[in-house]
Design a protein around this ligand. Structure first.
Ligand code: HEC
Length: 391
């Protein structure tokens, strides 16, 4: 039997389980049964469903899926029984049978400890300015243990009972943002109850904690030299200036189109405009180039931090960034990184996963590598689910 690939239904199940929990939280909060924590509705229970376990335990995921179906059948049976009196007995019996026959999963496997902020969403908009704030917080408070490159090998790391995790791993994509936020502010304990990660609630404001989480994601991309990012990154938000027009946010200006970011310095030739994507120039100081010849791209990132942030994402020293390009797909995910002086190819993809990861396809019968790359990016959209699928 050829069922759908496990990713498809598992992805849908993870999204459904997340939505059900969020729905429950809104209902509870709406009824006034739970309060707020750090400016958003607080998760009132000590446990939540472990999406991360469902991802690796297909048997458990199947049990959860079937049990949810049974609940839906029972709910439908009750609704029909209320509306349709003649078959009431049979309908209620069918509903009860579905509930009895469902393979209910054990709570100990299904539930894991939760924090009041488990379901919080980051108010930081992944903008170059918040990422730059996060970089300052990270250098001051976190690098000593987590390492300037995020690989967990800072000068203090060797003296700790628990080694800090490396960001060159899917950790930040698998964990809910709200739980990362909680761990940064409240700290963490090891199995023996000893403090393993210090608490920062007295030293960092909420906005700084959210910003440093965004920065760690950026750092995780730069930590990977082979080109397959452990955490997919959206195109960072920045202000863009085109000619004499007033500066606009990139997200508003791009309107769902592909974007190419190109780092240029005073020695670089400006790239040609290309109808396949919008081109945004990044300059070291955020100022537009002095003269833009005809047919050359002239829109510039006006945010002074954009250069530094792009350098971290690309894993490059800022002084060597000129010529580097990043491509974002129509959904706003960064997908490929171009190296100066090398033609585009599949090897430039930074966000691939599953059996396709790292595969170099035989080149499609098109003349240039960039077209082939764009076709592949369009054909393989990112299916990222926080806490679930990575790409
Ligand atoms: C004294 C060393 C130390 C410092 C300073 C430190 N950390 Fe950690 N951090 C750790 C250790 C050790 C762990 C692993 C804890 C564990 O798994 O029990 C950790 C874990 C983490 C995790 C993983 C959380 C998870 O859900 O698994 C994040 C995120 C993190 N730290 C962020 C930060 C940030 C942000 C800062 C700075 C504001 C920081 N850390 C400062 C030692 C440190």
């Amino acid at each position: 039997m050829n069922g759908p690939p496990p990713q498809a239904w598992l992805n849908a199940l993870l999204v459904l389980v997340e939505a059900l929990q969020r729905g429950l939280l809104s209902l509870w909060h709406g009824l006034g049964l739970s309060g707020d924590s750090h400016g958003q509705p607080a998760w009132p229970w000590a446990r939540r469903v472990a999406g991360e376990t469902l991802l690796i335990d297909l048997g458990l995921a199947r049990q959860v899926g079937l049990s949810l179906c049974a609940l839906a059948v029972a709910g439908l049976a009750v609704a029909l029984a209320l509306a349709w009196r003649r078959r009431r007995g049979a309908l209620l019996a069918a509903g009860a049978l579905a509930l009895v026959a469902a393979p209910w999963p054990g709570a100990s496997l299904l539930l894991v400890p939760a924090a009041p902020t488990s379901f919080h969403t980051s108010p930081a908009r992944f903008s170059v300015d918040t990422i730059a704030l996060g970089a300052r917080v990270y250098a001051q408070h976190c690098a000593a243990c987590h390492g300037t490159d995020g690989r967990g090998e800072g000068p203090l790391a060797a003296g700790l009972a628990v080694w800090p995790p490396t960001l060159a791993s899917p950790l930040l994509a698998r964990r809910a943002d709200g739980e990362l936020f909680w761990h940064v502010l409240a700290g963490m304990r090891d199995r023996l109850g000893q403090s393993s990660m210090p608490a920062f609630r007295d030293r960092l404001g909420d906005d700084e904690a959210w910003a440093v989480i965004d920065y760690m994601k950026v750092l995780s991309a730069g930590s990977d030299s082979a080109g397959n990012w452990p955490v997919p990154l959206p195109l960072p938000e920045m202000t863009v200036r085109c000619g004499d027009a007033a500066p606009v946010p990139l997200s508003a200006w791009r309107g769902g189109q592909r974007v190419r970011l190109v780092a240029v310095d005073s020695a670089s030739a400006l790239p040609l405009d290309d109808p396949r994507f919008l081109t945004v120039l990044l300059t070291p100081d955020g100022r537009p180039p002095a003269r833009v010849p005809r047919f050359r791209a002239g829109c510039t990132a006006a945010s002074a931090h954009a250069w530094q942030v792009l350098a971290t994402i690309s894993g490059q020293a800022p002084a060597r960034l000129a010529g580097t390009q990043l491509l974002a797909d129509r959904a706003g995910w960064l997908r490929a990184r171009g190296t100066p002086g090398r033609p585009w190819s599949d090897a430039d993809l930074v966000c691939v996963s599953g059996p396709e990861a790292g595969t170099q396809r035989t080149p499609a019968p098109v003349a240039d590598g960039l077209t082939a790359l764009l076709l592949r990016i369009d054909a393989e959209p990112v299916r990222f689910v926080k806490g679930g699928f990575i790409h």
